[in-house]
Design a protein around this ligand. Structure first.
Ligand code: RAM
Length: 331
């Protein structure tokens, strides 16, 4: 429990003793996202609100910068410290740049967890990965390889160049390539910063620079939409397959028109929901973040922390023509 909350609890208890109604303040949990206006994070926010309703007495502060930068998030963290929130659950734009301000938050008794995109261990109590990093790395290559029986050239269109999650997946993908996908040739990795305009320009650049490109793999829900729109606009459907990690509600049109054969993602609602459950348990001292600890993530189940106090929520789902319509109604 944060110092502020303990003091507040004590104050409201004495207020109750003098027979005035207790001024119980809800616990404030800030869900800090990479950037606002991203449908993936809006879905996570829905899950966060669901967890808050379920647990009760929690106010969710949903916030993030307008573009996916560490500087923007540092300003936000500083203002959350000033607001004396009880917990910060952050999807970080950089593993290291946020550490000093998050350390300051923890020094003031604020619980800090990262989720989706992690912070270095010294800047948080624990990190929740959506799925196993190795599995996601392999999955994004397999999504392309499954439709290239004779192998081919693929390029990755990522989010920002400092995003912890995408960098880890790309690393895992590169490790899997030589042994598991020897006929897949990764020709380039470019960064669209989870910005539609930059992602569109980067996708156009890839197509111009690599005329034999067979697939664009975008492990970001923002980049994958931009890439599929470029392939559609340039009449390249059937020639370049766009794949990666996509939000079904935003991406269904590109499975329907054939710009993509299949994409994958975990449940973003469950991810936001789980992050709030974890932040709440740590902030109330119901659990401690230490290697081997098992923490509840409500209706999603439970997670056990590894040596770096990280855990993974669940495996990703694959979406194609057979099921995307059903999932597009949910997230
Ligand atoms: C974007 C963000 C997010 C990532 C998803 C797959 O929305 O980069 O961090 O997890 O894509």
């Amino acid at each position: 429990m944060s110092i502020v909350r303990k003091l507040f609890a004590a104050a409201s208890l004495s207020a109750a003793l003098v027979a005035s109604p207790a001024l119980a303040e809800p616990m404030k949990i800030a869900l800090v996202v990479k950037s606002l206006g991203n449908g993936f994070f809006d879905a996570a926010h829905r899950g966060a609100e669901e967890a808050a309703d379920e647990i009760g007495d929690i106010e969710i502060i949903y916030t993030g910068p307008t573009s996916a930068t560490a500087e923007g998030q540092i300003e936000i963290v500083n203002s959350l410290i000033a607001q004396q929130v009880d917990a910060i659950a952050i999807s970080a734009n950089d593993p290291d740049a946020l550490v000093p301000s998050l350390k300051r938050a923890m020094d003031r008794g604020i619980t800090v967890v990262s989720w989706d995109s992690g912070v270095a261990p010294e800047g948080r109590e624990m990190h929740l990965n959506p799925s196993d990093t190795q599995l996601i790395g392999e999955t994004i290559i397999k999504l392309a390889a499954d439709y290239l029986p004779d192998g081919g050239d693929v390029a990755i269109l990522s989010a920002s160049s400092t995003a912890t999650n995408q960098n880890a997946w790309i690393e895992a993908a590169k490790e899997a390539l030589p042994e598991k996908f020897p006929d897949i040739n990764l020709v380039a990795v470019v960064y669209g910063d989870d910005d539609s305009v930059k992602s569109t320009n980067e996708a156009r650049g890839l197509i111009a620079s690599y005329p034999d490109l067979d697939a664009i793999i975008a492990p970001t829900t923002v980049g994958v939409v931009s890439a599929a729109q470029v392939v559609t606009d340039q009449d390249l459907i059937g020639q370049i397959n766009v794949t990666g990690l996509a939000l079904p509600s935003e991406f269904k049109q590109f499975i329907d028109n054939g710009a993509s054969q299949a994409v994958a993602l975990w449940n973003p609602i469950d991810l936001g929901y789980s992050a709030v459950h974890l932040a709440h348990q740590l902030a109330t001292d119901q659990a401690e973040a230490e290697p081997g600890a098992t923490l509840s993530i409500g209706r999603v189940g439970e997670v056990t922390l590894d040596d770096s106090n990280s855990a993974a929520m669940a495996p990703p789902f694959t979406f194609d023509k057979s099921n995307i319509e059903e999932f597009a109604k949910i997230y």
